[in-house]
Design a protein around this ligand. Sequence first.
Ligand code: 5GP
Length: 191
Amino acid sequence: MESLKNRLVKESSSIGSDILKVDHFINHQIDVGFMKEIGEAIAERFKGEKIDKLLTVESGGIAVAIAAAEALACTKALFAKKTVPNTMTGECYTAEAKSFTKGTVSMLRVEKCFLNKGERILIVDDFLARGQAAMALVDIAQEAECEIVGVGAVIEKRFQGGSALLEERGIRVESLCVIDEIKDGVITFGQ
Ligand code: 5GP
């Protein structure tokens, strides 16, 4: 997605050679019009697939899931929670994911009532790094006996291995923008 690459060059900043900050338009302040374009681009990649529900993880993935769901005319965007609010009273599917940015391990939780056997699930997220979050969502959806259509990532840092890990498990990965390297603040894009 050329417009995404251009915005990354102009509006992102890097923290070392591992982390990209996109707080101006994706992660903190959201450019709503641009998020709509992101949703449409994800929908384009998965055009023709039957998708019952989008699944993501709070908080960065929520806007992406809503935008993609809208573009796919899919009415449900579900997000795994990382903490347990008092309102989360039902039985849950759980899977652990080590947070790339925080270095902590979170337990991702989805109430069982929101995933039904046989549903076709598209997993989306803002970033794909080591694949921990996406893999945990795959585990949750598979435990619920759902079918996984694929993983749609807005920004994939390919050098961190997440897509390879998912593809080894037979999961289709589509990334709107692939980064091969971040060095001295310069992003090298891949295919
Ligand atoms: P993974 O689980 O694939 O290692 O990392 C993906 C998750 O970590 C995403 O949900 C995303 O929120 C966060 N993440 C990974 N890398 C980055 C990054 O470079 N910048 C930001 N803002 N978040 C990231």
